[in-house]
Structure formats: structure tokens, C-alpha cells
Design a protein around this ligand. Structure first.
Ligand code: FES
Length: 166
């Protein structure tokens, strides 16, 4: 008999988990960010196709190796940012996403934060060799810090494992 207690996911989260929108790799993406959460070790990739002149997101897709909440959050987020300017997309918070999903269980907040962090990292890397707009903060936001770059995540997890085995 299983002792696992199912999480109280709402119907929208479950629906998007079963039938996620915009899931998959984008071959002609303008920018990609692959990030992972230190809270759980799960990873997510965000792909953006950007209309460079208008600074508008034409298409967004994702790949998630995370939980149901992360898949649902990334799915709805990619829907929400389609047609938005980079600035508007930057300002979407994990709370907006959670609201749009009809709420996330509190122990799953970090899964929404990971989705937003990945999006922000993608937007930030888009401006890496360009002149930065004034709405882009110099400092990494909390969400970006939570969403570590792939190499950094692997490094941190290795360190943790070493600590445990020493
Ligand atoms: Fe890792 Fe949700 S538990 S992304």
C-alpha cells in the first residue's frame, strides 16, 4: 500500500500537467536558458523566440524535468508571455502564475519561482551583449538566484553530496 499523500493540486494544475501547452524544444529560439532549483534539484529549459525590433516574445516553449507544479507553471507562463514585450514578461511574478493556476500548494511555491527565474535568466542573457534597458536590474533578482544555471546547480549538488559523504 502506498503511503504517499497526494498533493492538493487544483484542477487547472492537473489539466496542464496532463496536457501541457508549449512543451518541447524550440530549434529556432532567439535565446535559451537552462536552470535548476537548489530546493529540489529539478531542471527546466525556457526557449524564447523574440521579435528583436519590437522586443516582443513571439513564441515561448519549455522543457521541464520537474514536478507537476513546475510543468503547469511553465506551461501557463509560456502562454501568458506570448505577445508580451520583454519588459512585461520580466514583470510577471510567480504569484501571478500561481493565481492563474488557481493556486499552488505552499510547498510547491518554489516550482513556480523556478519557472519565473528561468524566464528572467533567458531575458537577461538576451541582453548580455546588447545595451541594457533601464528596467533590467543590475543585481540578480531573488527568482534568478533560485534558478541556478545548469553548471552551477551541478556544482552545488556535488558539494552537498560531498558534505554528506564526508
Ligand atoms: Fe522540483 Fe517542483 S519539486 S520543480
Amino acid at each position: 500500500m502506498s503511503t504517499r499523500i497526494p498533493l492538493p493540486y487544483g484542477p487547472k494544475v492537473l489539466e496542464l500537467f496532463r496536457n501541457p501547452k508549449n512543451m518541447g524544444r524550440m530549434e529556432d529560439a532567439t535565446v535559451v536558458a537552462v536552470t535548476g532549483s537548489l530546493a529540489c534539484g529539478d531542471m527546466i529549459a525556457i526557449y524564447l523566440k523574440i521579435d528583436e525590433e519590437a522586443q516582443v516574445i513571439k513564441k515561448a516553449t519549455f522543457e521541464s524535468y520537474g514536478c507537476a507544479a513546475n510543468i503547469a507553471a511553465a506551461s501557463i507562463m509560456t502562454e501568458m508571455i506570448k505577445g508580451k514585450t520583454l519588459k512585461e514578461a520580466w514583470n510577471i511574478s510567480w504569484r501571478d502564475i500561481s493565481e492563474e493556476l488557481g493556486g499552488l500548494p505552499s510547498i510547491k511555491y518554489h516550482c513556480g519561482v523556478l519557472a519565473v527565474g528561468a524566464l528572467r535568466r533567458a531575458i537577461r542573457s538576451y541582453f548580455e551583449n546588447k545595451s541594457k534597458p533601464d528596467w533590467l536590474p543590475e543585481e540578480l533578482t531573488h527568482e534568478e538566484k533560485h534558478a541556478l544555471e545548469e553548471e552551477k546547480l551541478v556544482e552545488m549538488i556535488e558539494k552537498r553530496m560531498k558534505r554528506k559523504t564526508n
